[in-house]
Design a protein around this ligand. Structure first.
Ligand SMILES: [Zn+2]
Length: 288
């Protein structure tokens, strides 16, 4: 079922788990991730970044993902990742997204506050939860020229209070698009942010986190954990193996079968690290 971001964030902090937001680019990866969530009997967030919506227009991708989410028998959030401006966020809301992010993290503080406030007003007018970013999570590829800036805890507090965001992305040591799990996050900074900020926190660039850190942050104030590269790598690498193993094959449905299974396995692996087994148990106890 399609649900809003706040519906799945509720309970993450008290429950000691976090909900992953997996970046998807179309039907195959989205479907595989929902399959994983159904197997785990746990909620999940499917997110589309700038690359995804420039490849497939939001008017097509939005309804496609909403359709997949509505058919699922677990709670699914369809989320806009790193919305770049008012118009993109408005477009996502018009096309059925049940959660949006506006990223003004590259702007000076006051400008980020002012722009985010405007966009929060828009999202809340349509009863859609919104995430924004303070500090800036950089990118591992130096050619992109986005180096990042660690979040200042007192700025995070002021930003969250003045903008009224529902979830706050913070930069505490990860970077986007890392291909190995070697990021080093600053727990003292996280503790300080947690003591000042009330809303659930969001970790970006989480492919770079070692398994033990994923487990540890799931028990902290992080409610949403973004994972993109790990999923893209499992799809792409398995697809390459398929091409090599079947040089005569040309049918995409046949070629996509194993990559889709690989995405599902990877998603389940990450969901277990984020303590979503715990969610399953708690909900089971609740129903009974
Ligand atoms: Zn991000």
């Amino acid at each position: 079922m399609l649900v809003k971001l706040n519906d799945v964030l509720q309970g993450t902090i008290a429950g000691g788990y976090a909900v992953p937001a997996f970046n998807v680019f179309g039907y195959e990866d989205a479907k595989s991730i929902i399959d994983a969530a159904e197997e785990m009997n746990a909620p999940v967030i499917i997110a589309t970044n700038k690359v995804a919506i420039s490849h497939m227009p939001i008017e097509i991708l939005g309804p496609l993902l909403v359709g997949i989410a509505e058919r699922a028998n677990v709670p699914v959030v369809v989320h806009l990742d790193h919305g770049k401006d008012y118009e993109t966020v408005a477009q996502a809301i018009r096309n059925g997204y049940s959660s949006v992010m506006y990223d003004g993290s590259s702007l000076p503080f006051e400008e980020n506050v002012a722009t985010t406030k405007e966009i929060v007003k828009l999202a809340h007018a349509f009863d859609i939860p919104i995430e924004a970013e303070i500090g800036s999570v950089g990118y591992s590829d130096p050619s992109l020229g986005i180096s990042g800036q660690l979040t200042d805890p007192s700025e995070a507090k002021e930003f969250a209070e003045r903008t009224g965001v529902d979830a706050l992305a913070v930069a505490v040591g990860t970077v986007h698009r890392m291909e190995n799990q070697s990021a080093e996050i600053q727990y003292d900074r996280i503790e300080e942010i947690q003591s000042l900020v009330k809303v659930p926190l969001v970790m970006h660039g989480s492919t770079g986190l070692p398994d033990e850190d994923l487990r540890r942050i799931a028990g902290m104030q992080f409610g949403k954990v973004n994972i993109g590269t790990a999923i893209r790598m499992s799809f792409g690498k398995t697809l390459r193996n398929e091409f090599n193993a079947k040089p005569q094959a040309f049918d995409r449905i046949e070629l996509f079968e194993k990559p889709m299974q690989a995405v599902k396995r990877e998603a389940i692996h990450k969901m277990k690290l984020l303590n979503l087994d715990k969610f399953k148990t708690e909900r089971y106890q609740l129903i009974n």
